[in-house]
Structure formats: structure tokens, C-alpha cells
Design a binder for this molecule. Structure first.
Ligand code: ADP
Length: 426
């Protein structure tokens, strides 16, 4: 076993985003959901990402979950630990990025780490320690109104200093321009002066590569998936990675094709319309689900009668805002959401046990409900369908062949996402 990178991600889709980038950069990657409590097969894996739900919980809880994940990764002998958070540095005045980074650093016995949130291809850059989203400072990007972690200050040195018990410094762009040796010298000097956390400027991929080269030997790095994209090239220079022709290679997909959608985002609704011009679908109505079991059985029978026939099909609760509001008014916001999620999760478990082997789930919460109903603990990450959404494969108890699974959160994917996803799987 030779796992190079062990990552701790503070949410599920962030973990998938990092996984997707690692695979694209040539690392065979497994994403595990929470800290595994049973042994896992970790052969032929270069990177493991533990997906936590620690972004917005109490700081103490985020710390203890992250330390548990660290212990599990250390027991697997990972060379470098990566604490992954959002490229918009999502956190509050008390955490959780600072306290988790403090705790991981302490537990690893290390004296310094870097904070590298930049993800230039998505417009997230850092200059003089200030985070930009496109051409706006973070606190003018809309993130200042985020419901859980409003970001009202773009100065990351100041933001982190409030959250961390240690000194925060900056590796700025003028130093980075001098290359990895200059960056390393700057980091060494800062360490000598007691600076444990260093915010790193990065305007583009070249900057991220320079940072990656400077920190490849650090026990702990932290940041967004942009850094994840840059590190594998440095691991390869160190000969820590064996040459793999295609890190996204999964076992051949098998079984019937099904889409389940609980996402009501504009993107998903358009993708469903596009799919329905080619294939059949069944619209789930939360009010009918609440009225009797008949509606669920109608949906199940619709799918059962068709899934074996070769063409993919869709069962969706996704609806326009008006009808979502109607359901929410009559049933309550939480109750209508749960009703839909549990109907889609039951359809998934029944239909997978009956032969569905290629499954797309649309919706972040919906994906969580389906993954947990299927008892999935780990996802091997395959090729990208659209930016941020890869095919994955999961072992399902009682089934010989793995399930091919794509989890698409709301706004991701081009309009032909569903049809193309099955095409690229061939
Ligand atoms: P997204 O990633 O687009 O935000 P989610 O799955 O995270 O999608 O959230 C969508 C939520 O809306 C889920 O809880 C789902 O159960 C709920 N939902 C889906 N369709 C309907 C509907 N027709 N009426 C009410 N709620 C719905």
C-alpha cells in the first residue's frame, strides 16, 4: 500500500471536487464517506479523501471529526495530509478552518502549514492575502450574504488570525514570482519567526504550481481543489507516484440506466427537459406521495417495466418554484423535502437490487439520501462528465458488480448532462 495523499474534506461535494481534480491529474482516488468503521480495500489507490460534514458545525465537533479522520489516514501511511475547504474560505469568526488547521498541525507535530484556497479556473484568486471571486473581493461577491457562513472580510490573514491561536503570515505574489526556492526561503524564515499558518497568494495555475513545489514535503497542506490539481506533478517528480496511463479507469459499467432527480435548480430542470425529448420519465408529486402509497408504487412500476429495456429513464420530483411552494405550504418545507428524498432513496435501493447498475442522482441533499440508503461507504472516482461531476463506482452489499454512480449537485452540468453521462460511460 502506497497512499501518497490523505485528504480531509469539510463537505461532501468539496471532497468530490478535489477527487475529480486529483484523478484528472493522474492520481487513483477513493472518496470515503465519513471515517470508515470497517476495513476497506485500498489497493491501487494513490489518494484517499475522507468526506466530512464539518464546515458549519460547532468548531469543537469539526476538530474532533477531523482528528479522527487524521488518525485513520495516518494508520494508512499517507505521505501528505491535505485539509480541503471551499475556495471561498467558507468559515465563521470562530471557525472552522482555523481550529481544524491548528489541531491537525499540532497532532502531526508540524510547525507550519499553508492556506491555498485559490481556484483560478473558477475565478477564485488570492492577491496580497485578499480573496477575489472573479473581479470582486470576497465580501462583495454575494458570499457576504451566505446563510451559514457570511464572508464579510476578504483579507484572509485577518480572517484566519481571528480563528487560529497561532500567528498567520503571508506568502505574497512578488515572492512567488521568484520561484519555488524563493517561496521556500520565505516560508522557512516565517517559520523561524513563529508563523504557523501562511496564506498564499495565487493568481493562476503557474502560481499554484510554484506553491505546490515549495510545500510538497510539508506534512500538512490546506486549501481548495486548485492546489489539489497542482500537487500530483510534484509527487511525480519525487517518484512517489507510479505511472498510470489513466487514473480514471473504472471497471466496465453494467446494468440498467436510471436517473433520479430531486434537484429543483434551474440547471437541473433544463437538463430534465432535454432528457425527456429522447427518453421516458415519471414525475413524482409530493402531494400525491403524501396522500397514499399508490403514487410511489405507480412510480416503481413505471420504472420496473422499463429499466430492463435498454434505454435510460428518469424519475423526478424536480419542479418549478410554484409547485414546490405549493407542496411546501401544504406539507411543510422539511416534510415535503424528506418525503421526496425518502421516495427517491427507496426507488434507488429497490431498483439497484433489481438490476440498475448505472445511476445518476441529481441534487446535493437527494444524493446524500440515496448514498446513505444504499449503504455506500466509499466511492472510487472515475472520469469527469462535466466540470466537477465525475462518474464514480461503489460496492453494494450482495452485488458482484459495482454500481456506477454519478452525483450531480444542483447547478452543475451542461444541458445535455444526463444523456451525455451515459454516453461517456460506454
Ligand atoms: P440541489 O442540489 O439542486 O439544491 P437538493 O437535492 O440538495 O438539490 O435539494 C432539493 C430539495 O428539494 C430536496 O430536499 C428535495 O427532496 C426537495 N424537493 C424536490 N422536489 C420537490 C418538490 N416537487 N416539492 C418540494 N420539495 C421538493
Amino acid at each position: 500500500m502506497n497512499i501518497v495523499l490523505g485528504a480531509i474534506a469539510d463537505d461532501f461535494t468539496g471532497a468530490t471536487d478535489l477527487a475529480n481534480n486529483l484523478v484528472r491529474a493522474g492520481m487513483r482516488t477513493l472518496q470515503v464517506i465519513g471515517v470508515p468503521d470497517t476495513p476497506l480495500l485500498l489497493e491501487d489507490v494513490d489518494a484517499v479523501i475522507v468526506a466530512l460534514k464539518s464546515r458549519s458545525c460547532e468548531a469543537a465537533q469539526a476538530v474532533s471529526q477531523s482528528l479522527e479522520a487524521l488518525e485513520w489516514l495516518q494508520a494508512r501511511g499517507v505521505r501528505q495530509v491535505f485539509f480541503k475547504y471551499c475556495s471561498t474560505f467558507d468559515s465563521t469568526a470562530v471557525g472552522n478552518i482555523g481550529p481544524v488547521a491548528d489541531a491537525l498541525l499540532e497532532s502531526l507535530g508540524a510547525r507550519q502549514t499553508v492556506m491555498v484556497p485559490a481556484f483560478p479556473v473558477n475565478g477564485r484568486t488570492v492577491y496580497q492575502g485578499h480573496l477575489f471571486v472573479g473581479d470582486r473581493l470576497l465580501n462583495e461577491s454575494g458570499m457576504e450574504q451566505h446563510p451559514l457562513n457570511p464572508m464579510t472580510d476578504a483579507d484572509l490573514v485577518r480572517v484566519l488570525a481571528q480563528q487560529s491561536k497561532w500567528t498567520v503570515g503571508l506568502l505574497n505574489h512578488s515572492v512567488l514570482k521568484g520561484g519555488a526556492d524563493a517561496a521556500r526561503a520565505h516560508l522557512d524564515q516565517a517559520r523561524g519567526e513563529g508563523c504557523s499558518h501562511i496564506i498564499c497568494d495565487s493568481l493562476d495555475e503557474d502560481d499554484l504550481q510554484t506553491v505546490a513545489e515549495a510545500v510538497v514535503d510539508f506534512p500538512l497542506v490546506t486549501g481548495g481543489s486548485g492546489l489539489g490539481q497542482a500537487l500530483p506533478a510534484e509527487y511525480r517528480k519525487r517518484e512517489w507516484l507510479s505511472h498510470i496511463a489513466d487514473a480514471s479507469q473504472l471497471e466496465p459499467a453494467s446494468g440498467s440506466a436510471l436517473v433520479l432527480s430531486g434537484s429543483c435548480s434551474r440547471a437541473t430542470l433544463a437538463q430534465i427537459d432535454a432528457f425527456l425529448t429522447h427518453y421516458e420519465g415519471f414525475a413524482l408529486d409530493p402531494l400525491a406521495l403524501a396522500a397514499s402509497d399508490d403514487h410511489y408504487h405507480e412510480a416503481l412500476n413505471f420504472a420496473r417495466n422499463r429499466v430492463g429495456c435498454g434505454a435510460p429513464l428518469i424519475v423526478y420530483a424536480s419542479a418549478l418554484a410554484d409547485s414546490v411552494q405549493q407542496a411546501q405550504q401544504q406539507l411543510g418545507v422539511e416534510a415535503s423535502g424528506e418525503l421526496v428524498e425518502s421516495a427517491l432513496a427507496s426507488l434507488a435501493t429497490t431498483l439497484v437490487s433489481e438490476g440498475v447498475g448505472r445511476l445518476i442522482v441529481a441534487g446535493g441533499e437527494t444524493s446524500g439520501a440515496v448514498v446513505s440508503a444504499l449503504g455506500i461507504k466509499a466511492l472510487r472516482i472515475g472520469g469527469q462528465i462535466d466540470p466537477g461531476v465525475p462518474w464514480t463506482q461503489a460496492r453494494i452489499e450482495g452485488k458482484d458488480k459495482p454500481l456506477s454512480l454519478a452525483l450531480k449537485s444542483g447547478n452543475f452540468g451542461a444541458i445535455n448532462f444526463f444523456t451525455r453521462a451515459f454516453e461517456v460511460l460506454q
